[in-house]
Ligand binder design. Structure first.
Ligand SMILES: Cc1cc2nc3c(=O)[nH]c(=O)nc-3n(C[C@H](O)[C@H](O)[C@H](O)COP(=O)(O)OP(=O)(O)OC[C@H]3O[C@@H](n4cnc5c(N)ncnc54)[C@H](O)[C@@H]3O)c2cc1C
Ligand code: FES
Length: 577
């Protein structure tokens, strides 16, 4: 292990999107030897002493071996020493080899590893790549901080000698993963607290976690293991998975339309993936069913890797595979005992919650009128067609209409589908007796926009239209943000929220359910998906201020970020949206 470059800088002011930001992240290599002191290297400084610096973060170390990885990942060739804001660019010392608590001799100094790095938005500025801090975090090539046990001179070329290995042997990568991704792992959180060298900041985070788990009785809860009982192909692209509990205890029930959050340990992925899948059958204490579409690379980018979780399910998950899931949740659901007529409208794999709703209505013996309207490309991609036709055939209150946008030569109208074309507002007007129904929509964004606006144009009140996005969604209608901001009559005089990327500032109105709700009220269209603090699609950089969560996120957002779908401002806020 070797010190390749010592890099320092004093804080300076830079312009970032029209605002002045003070940062010490632009480190430059130093010639010759430099004195390493208790708080930092001579000539070095940090702007934000809350997030950086101090005796437990006197030196930030990053391995040059990671440079090759990032050059390849980002297709860049312009890196220089200090590129990641590090003080020491080193050879070796990767995150899966160095333990928190290890002690090293470097030059005349003795140093101890105290914590992994917490990347913030300034790293993204340094890299000229928006959101890079999140990439770094999830790559688990994060680097680490040192405390100085003995001051001394250091310089490029110094050999780094291991002096002591921490007996807990928790690597930097492991501790990083534990804090950000392996949240239910209380046992390792306790173990991390036994590392004497762990910085007070990280110690506090693990202590908080354990305290919360104990006070809310969650110490034993966490994720539950489910076992795949059966795997059933439904079409060329969609396969169903029947899951049963490992512990033979009854499964928590759900309301049709809700989904299950999974934490997936996928071989080759550096950290577990969180994904959500709707339950595709009616509630049943014995099993859950998921129906998952294999996600190919985007049509215009066949060079990109295909979807990680969906392909893992299709290719690697078999009967007997164990999966970790939380209990069902989600706000997109239907009360199967209701009596109003409903239209369940979907496209592609968006049919999964609709099948759950349909099956639950039939199971409840309800006579409420149901229109099941579905769009698929053709018979090879169409899932569960025979089931829907059978349900419609056996229940007078259920009508089904299937549209194929590109039927194949052997797809027969009247047998496999009911018409060629897309599902849109005109089709609904032709099929439905009137507009006095509750509408449930799920499908790709263009489909949702067309239908939502079609229904509004047909005079359907907004509160009768319910919808769920499976991927990043956004506001379905467009509005005038400036007007909305000016029009807000009951806004709080206290708190002001700035959406910095849109250049819009408005007073917080306590009637908004979340910051996302406010953004949409102002005519903005931030991305979102689950709206429940699970998928992180809505995550934005929090540039200033504090928020509180109205719904506790499943996993905390990245450092310096906020999940706007489930939070409200506590103080004036600046959000990068
Ligand atoms: C509430 C909810 C319910 C859901 N229910 C279902 C369900 O019932 N059934 C179902 O099938 N899905 C469902 N989903 C979607 C599901 O959660 C996953 O999002 C989906 O399976 C894709 O995940 P993945 O890991 O396979 O793809 P990812 O790995 O997340 O990739 C997504 C896409 O990005 C592409 N990609 C890869 N790299 C890049 C890059 N560098 N740049 C741009 N694109 C790239 C991939 O090729 C792929 O097309 C639901 C989602 C939500 C939020
Ligand atoms: S939209 Fe999923 S976490 Fe906010």
């Amino acid at each position: 292990m070797k010190l390749l470059s010592v890099n320092v800088s004093l804080p300076k002011e830079i312009d970032h999107r029209g605002k002045t930001v003070t940062t010490g992240i632009f480190k430059e290599p130093v010639d010759g030897r430099v004195m390493l002191r208790g708080l930092n290297l001579d000539g070095d400084g940090q702007a934000d002493l809350i997030g950086h610096g101090g005796k437990f973060r006197a030196v930030y170390v990053y391995s040059y071996d990671n440079y090759a990885y990032w050059k390849r990942e980002l297709g860049r060739t312009d890196f220089t020493f200090g590129q990641f804001g590090e003080n020491f660019t080193v050879e070796g010392m990767l995150d899966d080899a160095v333990h928190v608590g290890d002690i090293f001799r470097v030059g005349g100094a003795l140093v101890e590893v105290t914590q992994p790095r917490v990347p913030c938005f300034k790293l993204a500025i340094r890299m000229g790549l928006e959101g890079f801090q999140n990439l770094l975090l999830s790559s688990n090539r994060i680097g680490f901080y040192l405390r100085v046990l003995e001051e001394g001179e250091v310089g490029a070329g110094d050999v780094i000698e291991p002096v002591k290995t921490d007996p807990r042997r928790m690597t930097v990568g492991k501790v990083n993963n534990l804090l950000y991704f392996d949240l239910g792992n209380l046992e390792d959180s306790r173990k991390a607290l036994r590392i004497k060298a762990l910085s007070p900041g990280w110690r506090g985070s693990f202590e908080d976690r354990l305290a919360k788990a104990e006070t809310s009785g969650k110490a034993t809860e966490g994720f539950r293991t489910l076992i795949v009982d059966r795997k059933v192909p439904e079409s060329d692209t969609i396969t169903s998975f029947y899951l049963v509990p490992e512990d033979a205890k009854p499964l928590p029930s759900f309301i049709p339309g809700q989904f299950l959050p999974f934490r997936l340990d996928i071989p080759g992925q550096p950290t577990p993936l969180t994904r959500t899948y709707s339950l595709s059958d009616r509630p049943n204490p014995e099993y859950y069913r998921l129906s998952i579409k294999r996600e190919p690379p985007p049509g215009d980018r066949p060079d990109l890797p295909p979807g990680r979780s969906s392909n893992y399910f299709h290719d690697r998950v078999e009967a007997g595979t164990r999966l970790r899931a939380r209990s069902p949740r989600g706000k997109f659901y239907l009360d199967p005992r209701g009596e109003r007529p409903v239209a369940l409208i979907s496209a592609g794999v968006g049919l999964t919650p609709m099948i759950s709703m349909l099956n639950a209505i039939v199971e409840a013996g309800s006579g409420r009128p149901v229109w099941f309207i579905h769009g698929a490309r053709n018979g090879r991609e169409h899932a569960m067609g025979a089931h829907v036709r059978a349900v419609a055939g056996e229940n007078d209150n259920v009508r089904a209409h299937i549209s194929y946008s590109r039927p194949l030569p052997d797809d027969v109208e009247g047998r496999d589908h009911d018409g060629r074309g897309r599902v849109d507002g005109d089709l609904l007007k032709r099929l439905l007796p009137d507009n006095d129904l509750d509408f449930y929509l799920c499908g790709p964004t263009p489909f949702m926009k067309a239908l939502y606006n079609g229904l509004l144009g047909w005079g359907v009140p907004e509160d009768r239209i319910h919808y769920e996005f499976f991927g990043p969604g956004s506001a379905l209608t467009e509005g005038d943000g400036a007007e909305a901001a000016a029009d807000c009559a009951e806004c709080s005089a206290e708190i002001e929220v700035t959406f910095s990327r849109s250049g819009l500032t408005a007073k917080w109105n306590p009637s908004f359910a979340s910051i996302l709700d406010m953004a949409e009220g102002l005519g903005l269209s931030p991305d979102y998906s689950c709206r429940s603090g699970i998928c992180h699609t809505c995550m934005c950089a929090l540039e200033d201020g504090e928020v509180e969560y109205v719904e506790e996120p499943l996993d905390p957002p990245d450092p310096g970020s906020v999940l706007i779908c489930c939070s409200k401002p506590k103080t004036d806020l600046v959000v990068d949206a």
